[in-house]
Design a protein around this ligand. Structure first.
Ligand code: ADP
Length: 261
């Protein structure tokens, strides 16, 4: 028996297949999200990785921003629920989840049994999201995956005073033009995102253990900047971008188990 979870975000599409033992049999990340070929490609790539065809899936759950427009699912579940489930299955000690995606960021507070007690979301502006990093990486003529290694060479942190991504981009361009070290500016970009996220965390109330998910969790510079800002350790999971898809797949698994009862 196989089930699939599909997480359709604003900037990427992710899929996970679990087998009857709830082990990951396939996974895929396609770096385009809702409204593109991303969701279909993520499903196809995930099926290929597992060596399966669509007919062999017992149940499919879709989550993420684009879940409603995805035709291939048996059920849609909110990304808050799926992130919580995906995190709790891997780290049951987690009580505060920070999820930084492509166009939004969220802080989710979990109870002792993994249920969502509270959450807060920033989806109104690019500050504190992966989009902010993408804009800055472009100015540095680098990829988002290079930002952590660029910032690792910083000798000081340049304060980025603009929170708006558009103004911050102009600020970074003028810093570069005046000869400021790129790595110091990159460290400032990470600090800017970390400050913004710390503001959200404070509103929800921080409770250990704190864990970070979403595509931006792959950036060690962001994790370190957040640890400095929040004055606590932040845990990561092996595939932070797949957490929502994993939670969706676990929900699909439970649906099949209930059907069999
Ligand atoms: P969503 O679910 O909202 O589509 P994701 O959780 O997939 O978003 O995160 C997408 C973001 O992750 C991108 O905007 C990008 O900034 C960041 N990202 C993706 N891959 C990497 C990487 N290898 N290193 C650092 N950041 C990354």
């Amino acid at each position: 028996m196989y089930v699939m979870g599909v997480d359709i975000g604003s900037s990427s599409s992710k899929a996970v297949i679990l087998n009857a033992s709830r082990e990951m049999a396939g996974q895929a990340v396609v770096s385009v999200g809702t409204g593109s070929s991303g969701p279909t490609r993520a499903v196809e790539q995930c099926l290929d990785a597992a060596g399966l065809n669509r007919g062999e899936l017992a149940y499919v759950v879709a989550t993420g921003y684009g879940r409603i427009n995805f035709p291939g699912a048996d059920k849609q579940v909110s990304e808050i629920t799926c992130h919580a489930r995906g995190v709790f299955s891997q780290c049951p000690q987690s009580r505060t989840i920070i999820d930084i995606g492509g166009q939004d960021s969220k802080v989710i507070k979990l109870g002792d049994n993994g249920t969502v007690i509270r959450f807060i979301m920033n989806d109104k502006c690019a500050a504190g999201t992966g989009r902010f990093l993408e804009v800055m990486a472009r100015v540095f003529e680098a990829g988002v995956e290079d930002m952590a290694s660029i910032a690792a060479n910083a000798t000081e942190i340049v304060d980025i005073s603009s929170t708006c991504a558009v103004f911050a981009e102009s600020e970074v361009i003028s810093r570069l033009a005046s000869g400021t070290k790129t790595s110091n500016i990159a460290a400032g970009v990470h600090q800017s995102i970390a400050r913004r996220i710390a503001g959200l965390v404070t509103r929800v109330g921080i409770q250990p253990e704190v864990l970070i998910t979403g595509g931006v969790a792959q950036n060690q510079g962001i994790v370190a900047a957040l640890e400095a800002e929040l004055q606590c350790n932040i845990k990561t999971v092996p595939f932070p971008q797949l957490t929502g898809a994993l939670g969706a797949a676990l929900t699909a698994y439970e649906e099949v188990m209930h059907q069999d009862e």
